[in-house]
Write a protein that binds this ligand. Structure first.
Ligand code: GH3
Ligand code: MG
Ligand code: MG
Ligand code: MG
Length: 312
């Protein structure tokens, strides 16, 4: 029989799960520490203030939070965790000596995922921590998968659209440049027709890996935009630099030397590139879709001029 732990296993990271333990009484922290230190990487805080600081800096996977503390109580800490983007999704288990339905309901309604009464029973703590970590890692995995293209492993269209509007707004705020390269594999229908759909899939994977290898800045994004089309979003990149990068990509795809003897250009698989840049101040009605439209028009021009080239 397959147990829950085995089903959950793929979502667990190779590292030790990271827990933040918060309690104003060192003795209580010690008990939790002894209970959890073998299987977890632990961070500790003895006040609400400190808990918020450590949560922001260390991004734990789960927080065990005392309710009654002299400075900010657990409820206040939870509210502040939820209000900050970096910490909003970290699950919190309340640990408190107060017992009774009221306090338990109050904790869950405040947004805690669970409630553990003091004095704590070590095996109950371990079991509940394990359950909530499993849920956390599963939801992390699902969220990651929802933004990744299944065939090539690069970002999917959803992630691209989201990042485009974020980067667009950022470029608008700072007056910085934002460039986009659209990539479309040439004569790919005939590639599929002659080499088969599997080989077509392999070729797309290799092209995606090649783009990712050459589009390297931490803030850059390579995405699969559609069937055999990719998009490279390049924040803080001028038109000139984007065009140069597109030229490199053109060569790099050619150098993959994927044979295409049925309509390919020079006997290998190639791609066409359309480049557009949003530079400087905004214009009225200037929307993220405009950048896509411009890059698409350049791509169309590259196709019209014979493919395997960059238009900018
Ligand atoms: P052009 O040079 O004008 O871009 O011609 P093309 O043949 O590449 O363009 P067209 O849009 O006619 O054909 C795109 C082809 O890409 C057709 C489609 O079957 C193929 N394709 C799209 N997605 C996938 C995929 O996930 N896997 C495979 N193997 N093929 C795909
Ligand atoms: Mg306390
Ligand atoms: Mg196409
Ligand atoms: Mg094509």
């Amino acid at each position: 029989m397959t147990g829950l732990a085995e089903i959950a296993a793929p979502a667990w990271p190779a590292r030790k799960p990271r827990l933040l333990l918060v309690d104003d009484q060192p003795l209580h922290l010690q008990v939790l520490y002894r209970t959890l230190s073998a299987e977890h990487q632990l961070f500790m805080a003895t006040s609400g203030e400190q808990a918020l600081k450590v949560a922001r800096e260390q991004r734990p996977d789960l927080i065990l939070l005392d309710v009654v503390m002299p400075d900010a109580d657990g409820f206040a800490v939870l509210r502040q965790l939820r209000a900050q983007r970096d910490t909003a999704d970290i699950p919190v288990i309340f640990v408190t000596a107060h017992s009774g339905e009221d306090i338990e309901t109050q904790c869950l309604e405040a947004g805690a995922v669970d409630f553990i009464p003091k004095p704590v029973n070590p095996s109950v703590v371990r079991a509940r921590v394990r359950t909530h970590l499993t849920l956390k890692f599963q939801s992390d995995l699902l969220r990651a998968l929802a933004f990744i293209d299944g065939l090539t492993g690069v970002a999917n269209r959803r992630q691209f659209d989201e990042r485009l509007s974020i980067e667009w707004a950022r470029a608008q705020r700072h007056g910085s440049a934002l460039s986009l390269i659209l990539v479309d594999v040439d004569h790919f229908k005939s590639y599929n027709d002659h080499y088969g759909h599997q080989a077509g899939d392999d070729a797309l994977r290799r092209v995606a890996a090649c783009l990712r290898e050459h589009v390297r800045r931490g803030t850059d994004l390579v995405a699969r935009y559609g069937g055999e089309e990719f998009a490279c979003l390049l924040p803080d990149t001028t038109a000139e630099d984007a065009r140069a990068l597109a030229q490199q990509l053109l060569e790099a795809v050619r150098l993959l030397a994927i044979p295409h003897h049925h309509g390919g250009i020079g006997g290998v698989l190639t791609a066409s590139f359309g480049v557009a840049t949003r530079a400087g101040a905004s214009r009225p009605g200037w929307q993220p879709a405009a950048l896509l439209g411009l890059a698409d028009a350049q791509l169309y021009e590259a196709k019209r001029l014979g493919r395997a080239r960059v238009c900018a």
